[in-house]
Design a binder for this molecule. Structure first.
Ligand code: FAD
Length: 805
């Protein structure tokens, strides 16, 4: 017990001799001053009503020490109706009489003169309390049994005839959700500190969707696994604790509140959840024995003989999140006024946002959704296994809770919607009359990702995420070649949106940025030219000649990624502004070039041919050779101004390169997983490949490669966030060299471990390799970035040397 209790905190101390005297009179069988001694400690885990651990031992050491729990109101001025320990004692007494597992009630004292406030005493129940719903130190078989016992216990509570139990006046009957909505909306508004859009939407949605069913049962109000004491060795509930919020209400309010845990990500401190542990086996159980949400609600419904699947299940869980958000908002507002640490207050504030967002997500799912829809079994039509959430960028640096939450949500989305469609995507294109066509289900997936708020996460001004926060999300998206588009986070659109966002006029933004952000059009970026070494962009020759209030664009480009997509409606083109004699208007190497917006339907724009990368055409987006044959656009299409092309290129490429690198790390991580699967199941020379020393070395080297690349990439992201892109140029160049090379080594080892299969179309490794290989060239070849790194090192060295002279 020592680790659960602490000496009584100063603010909660009371006169134990007065307590002893009271108990001697009111509960003589429990305490006798001539026979016993009394010791008091306080429980660390504070519910809002402070709880104390009482041990009563025979003074002469003959006989057993008995343990009790005392619950009292907190000291100080309290809100009327709050901390009603008399209600707690009443409900525990009534339930105990019905044989429901609660601690045996001993005595209730209404007299505040004894220990300062009302209190009650109950027996201490010895057993296990699980603080983490993932049950980390429990065997898988027992985990299921524990969840089953929890569902049975809740069903037992809800099956009690509350009238017979003498609880008619314990709460109001009927209209439970109407009343709750009105109370919590009022409380929320009274404590709101800022506008919370998801909460507003949720508050508008819930009253419109209240289910007709008006069942009334005894509700616990805070039914969570850590409010239960389980038998020390058996999966059996010995007691349900903390009845402070109990009342008469709707049975599904408790079940849905309990099921919120399935929607809260794993690993959030203070709010542990199960989301992200959602690898479901063929029986619909989460890996590790814990039943899925669907399975768990079924266990409850079976025990209550209630309808399953639960109609309008999402309403109930959405409401539970709404209520939690409203409660947390109150705590948040108080923590801002009080002396809670800034970090604590921030965490609670994030909790409000997360709860509201989760609630809204559930509300947005199709009306009438049942729990059977909430955790579909994954399908793995591709040769690759779905992502293991454990391999997502590990939280070594303490990512923000928002990032952790988004990591879990993006991973879940990938597992449920993206990996299962990868093969369909390529099959569709292989059998379509033209490969330059839209894959229809991509638009559905995009709409789904948008609805779930997993959209445009790359753009800080839209998502509110820093580069460091976005980096681990890009990594997850990078695991699949088709994923970035689904989340509207794919190149070259991301870079082009950055450019329009940073440098576009209001009109340019309205016409092009808006539909790009909406995902209704796509774009291309045209810098590289076949005729010149474009790694040195000062060589770019395409010309922009001013003719009246238009520019005439003439030039040939290639590797214009995305230009093959029928949805590509706009191109950002780099060129040199020339006068009527076709002479550059500026002679400055880095001041001659400009960028201009060209609509893809402008007369004179021609698609010459798609290029292939090791035979892959990357349809339907492609990498095209294109021609601008005296294309005319209005002068207002120039971006930022004549001669400012390099300025724009720098602004565009910094974050873009980080995103490429993070996606590559995801691709490498997934390739390593594929390799691990292969080498543990394929036998050569009498033993699995994994037993060969060279394979072990390859695995170790791959892990080292991935982790090194990730750490450097996160460092670059952090520097962009804290010092700006310009100050992070060396680190950006560094990762642009390290990440593609590391990913290539990892993919190459995975290919080698697969033998012939590795280079075939049966595994995605060959395609992954081809894709990663281009990133040693695209966005600047390795050599150019090495020059940047080396010059920076030399510069720093020389400056340091000079400063010592
Ligand atoms: C799949 C793919 C997609 C692409 N997408 C786009 C796109 O959307 N838009 C776009 O504009 N471009 C795109 N590119 C083009 C890419 O950015 C260029 O290929 C790259 O910048 C190199 O230019 P280059 O091909 O003209 O090579 P060159 O400039 O001819 O260079 C050839 C080689 O010379 C070497 N080299 C160059 N400079 C140095 C140096 N200082 N020291 C030592 N060696 C050096 C390097 O090994 C380099 O690879 C893409 C390329 C690929 C492969």
């Amino acid at each position: 017990m020592a680790d659960e209790t602490t000496p009584v905190r100063k603010a909660h101390q009371f006169d134990t001799s007065k307590l002893a005297a009271y108990l001697a009179a009111a509960a003589p069988s429990v305490f006798s001053p001539t026979r016993d001694t009394l010791a008091v400690r306080q429980f660390k885990h504070g519910q809002s009503n402070p709880s104390f651990y009482l041990t009563i031992a025979p003074a002469n050491a003959a006989g057993d020490t008995r343990a009790f729990v005392l619950r009292k109101k907190p000291p100080g001025k309290l809100l009327p109706g709050a901390h009603a320990v008399d209600r707690e004692f009443r409900i525990i007494s009534a339930l105990h009489a019905q044989g429901f597992p609660v601690p045996t009630p001993i005595v209730y004292c209404a007299d505040p003169s004894v220990i300062g406030t009302e209190f009650y005493l109950m027996q201490f129940v010895k057993g296990r309390i699980f603080r983490d719903p993932a049950l980390p130190n429990v065997a898988p078989a027992e985990r299921r049994a524990i969840y089953s016992a929890m569902a049975q216990t809740l069903a037992q509570l809800h099956s009690i005839d509350w009238r017979k139990a003498g609880l008619e006046s314990f709460g109001k009957e009927g209209n439970y959700y109407e009343r709750q909505l009105s109370t919590w909306s009022r409380q929320y508004r009274a404590s709101a500190t800022e506008h919370n859009e998801p909460m507003e939407k949720l508050m508008a949605w819930l009253p419109e969707h209240i289910p007709k069913d008006g069942a009334v049962v005894i509700t616990h109000g805070d039914f969570r696994i850590d409010n239960m004491i389980f038998h020390p060795t058996e999966p059996r509930v010995l007691a349900v604790l903390d009845w402070e919020l109990s009342t008469l209400g709707h049975p599904l309010s408790d079940l849905a509140y309990n099921a919120m845990t399935y929607h809260i990500p794993l690993g959030i401190s203070g709010m542990p959840g199960l989301d992200g542990a959602s690898t479901v086996d063929e029986d619909g159980r989460l890996s590790g024995g814990i039943p899925s949400e669907n399975d768990y609600t079924r266990l409850y419904c079976q025990a209550r003989r209630a309808a399953f699947p639960v109609p309008q299940w999402n309403f109930f869980v959405a409401f539970a999140f709404f209520r939690s958000a409203a409660i947390l908002q109150g705590v948040y507002a108080r923590s801002l006024q009080g002396n809670a640490s800034a970090e604590n207050a921030k965490q609670v504030g994030l909790g409000v946002m997360m709860a509201a967002q989760k609630g809204l997500e559930l509300a947005h799912r199709a009306p009438g959704n049942s729990s059977s829809n909430s955790t579909p079994a994954p399908t793995t039509p591709h040769a690759l296994k779905p992502a293991s959430s454990s391999s997502a960028s590990p939280n070594v640096f303490g990512y923000s809770e928002r990032t952790v939450l988004l990591q879990a949500r993006v991973t879940k989305f990938m597992e449920e919607h993206v990996y299962p469609r990868e093969r369909d995507f390529f099959d569709f294109l292989n059998s379509a009359p033209s490969r330059w066509t839209v894959v229809p289900f991509m638009e559905e997936l995009k709409a789904k990702a948008k609805r779930e708020g997993l959209w445009n996460l790359f753009l800080p001004s839209v998502s509110g995420l820093t580069q460091l926060e976005y980096a681990p999300l890009a990594e997850i998206m990078g695991r699949s070649l088709i994923a970035p588009e689904v989340f509207n986070c794919g190149a070259p659109d991301t870079g082009n949106m950055e450019v329009l966002h940073l440098y576009g006029t209001a009109e340019q933004k309205e016409r092009w940025l808006k539909p790009l952000l909406e995902g209704t059009i796509r774009s291309a970026f045209c810098m590289t030219e076949p005729a010149v070494a474009s790694s040195d962009a000062t060589n770019i020759q395409c010309t922009f000649r001013r003719v009246g209030d238009e520019y005439e664009i003439t030039g040939r480009k290639w590797w214009s990624s995305g230009a093959g997509d029928p949805r590509c409606k706009v191109l950002i083109v780099m060129g040199v502004v020339v006068d009527e004699n076709h002479k550059p208007t500026s002679t400055k190497a880095h001041g001659r070039h400009s960028m201009i917006i060209v609509p893809a339907d402008a007369p004179g724009f021609k698609k010459i041919r798609p290029l292939t990368v090791f035979g892959y055409d990357d349809a339907p987006h492609g990498h095209l050779e294109v021609e601008f044959d005296h294309v005319r656009v209005p002068v207002s299409n120039i971006l930022l101004g004549e001669g400012r092309g390099f300025e724009i290129a720098q602004g565009r490429l910094g974050p873009g390169r980080i995103h490429h690198c993070m996606r590559l790390i995801g691709l490498a991580e997934r390739s390593l997983e594929v390799m691990l699967e292969r080498v543990t199941t394929r036998v050569a020379f009498g033993r699995p490949l994994a037993h060969q020393g060279t394979i072990l070395k390859d695995i170790a080297d791959s892990r080292a490669d991935i982790d090194t690349a990730r750490l450097l990439t996160l460092k670059a992201a952090h520097l962009i966030d804290t010092r700006g892109t310009k100050q992070a140029m060396k680190e950006i160049a560094l990762i642009k060299v390290v990440a593609p090379n590391a990913a290539l080594r990892v993919i190459d080892r995975a290919i080698q471990a697969h033998g012939g299969a590795g280079v075939s179309q049966d595994f995605p490794l060959a395609h992954a390799y081809a894709s990663a290989r281009t990133l040693r060239i695209a966005d600047g070849p390795d050599e150019v970035h090495r020059v940047t790194i080396a010059k920076s090192e030399l510069g720093a060295f020389i400056r340091a040397k000079q400063s010592k002279l």
